[in-house]
Write a protein that binds this ligand. Sequence first.
Ligand SMILES: NC(=O)C1=CN([C@@H]2O[C@H](COP(=O)(O)OP(=O)(O)OC[C@H]3O[C@@H](n4cnc5c(N)ncnc54)[C@H](OP(=O)(O)O)[C@@H]3O)[C@@H](O)[C@H]2O)C=CC1
Ligand SMILES: Cc1cn([C@H]2C[C@H](O)[C@@H](COP(=O)(O)OP(=O)(O)O[C@H]3O[C@@H](C)C(=O)[C@@H](O)[C@H]3O)O2)c(=O)[nH]c1=O
Ligand SMILES: [Mg+2]
Length: 296
Amino acid sequence: MRILLLGGNGQVGHELRRSLASLGEVVVTTRSGEVDGEVCERLDLSELDAIEPLLDRILPEVVVNATAYTAVDRAEDDAAAAFRANAEGPGRLAETCAARGITLVHYSTDYVFDGSGTRPYREDDATAPLGVYGASKLAGEEAIRASGARHMILRTAWVYGMYGNNFLRTMLRVGAERDELRVVSDQRGSPTPAWLIADVTAQVLEKGVSESGVRHLVAAGETTWHGFANAIFEEAVSRHRMVRHPNVTAITTSEYPTPARRPAYSVLDTAALRGDFDVRLPDWRRALTETFDRAP
Ligand SMILES: NC(=O)C1=CN([C@@H]2O[C@H](COP(=O)(O)OP(=O)(O)OC[C@H]3O[C@@H](n4cnc5c(N)ncnc54)[C@H](OP(=O)(O)O)[C@@H]3O)[C@@H](O)[C@H]2O)C=CC1
Ligand SMILES: Cc1cn([C@H]2C[C@H](O)[C@@H](COP(=O)(O)OP(=O)(O)O[C@H]3O[C@@H](C)C(=O)[C@@H](O)[C@H]3O)O2)c(=O)[nH]c1=O
Ligand SMILES: [Mg+2]
């Protein structure tokens, strides 16, 4: 299978370079045209007219799009750029795939929901994003659905890993500098490592995308950002990556003002994905342990 991976330098893209390699030939793009110091294909998905020539040159069977504008707070004042990268680019990409019979795998987010739910969100629950990032990702989903391309949209959440910009890396950095941290304890979700998303993506492609749709893909169980921070410090201290566990004070969202509103509850129901593709999703706490186990 010839796979075109867009965004090989992101958290998920980084892990996809590893997991997709077992499926066949993987051609990687980044915005800079460089990956790990080596030359690769170059694509800025906001440059809509660059998409078609690239696909016609590479001729992939499958495109996996791991690019996105993910700066949630910055997006509030930068809506045009967020929508170009998260909606218009994916829309044009999907149309180009549709015309050539190429399967598209794409990622979306728990932030398409408003967080007022009281049980894990299912794929067909009503969406109502609270901010620009979520709205732009939802518009991307809709554009892909409208394109007629064979597609799989995997909605994930709270992505982290030892690589890239994420909450775990922020905690390790800030926790080493300070004795005391304040972290919100009234937002619930499921921290999901990038390696798990990449591994499951490979399993989905191995089984084959026979029907288009959206599926939820997160680690099992749920916690708060405060619970996640404490678990990160437990792991880091027990492995001597940190000398001491800082104090983590539980605060409310109103005590941590940010430009973008975030859902209070964004746990996702993964039954459909597990049923269709026979995948196992580890508990988020176990997945965190495994993330440290895998780290160099
Ligand atoms: N991070 C999270 O917590 C979550 C992420 N997701 C979704 O998962 C997917 C992967 O996210 P993740 O790996 O965390 O994201 P990252 O922010 O780690 O990586 C995103 C990548 O996209 C690239 N990129 C941004 N804009 C463009 C553009 N216009 N053209 C080409 N490349 C671009 C960035 O390139 P550069 O390095 O050049 O900036 C970066 O390499 C995304 O669809 C995201 O919305 C869903 C839920 C949670
Ligand atoms: C650094 C820090 C954050 N927080 C809060 C802010 C926020 O509510 C929460 C998480 O912070 P982040 O900046 O990582 O959150 P955020 O960037 O909103 O994370 C989101 O990213 C996008 C791309 C997604 O798709 C979502 O699934 C989600 O992972 O923790 C604290 O309370 N204390 C702190 O010291
Ligand atoms: Mg890139």
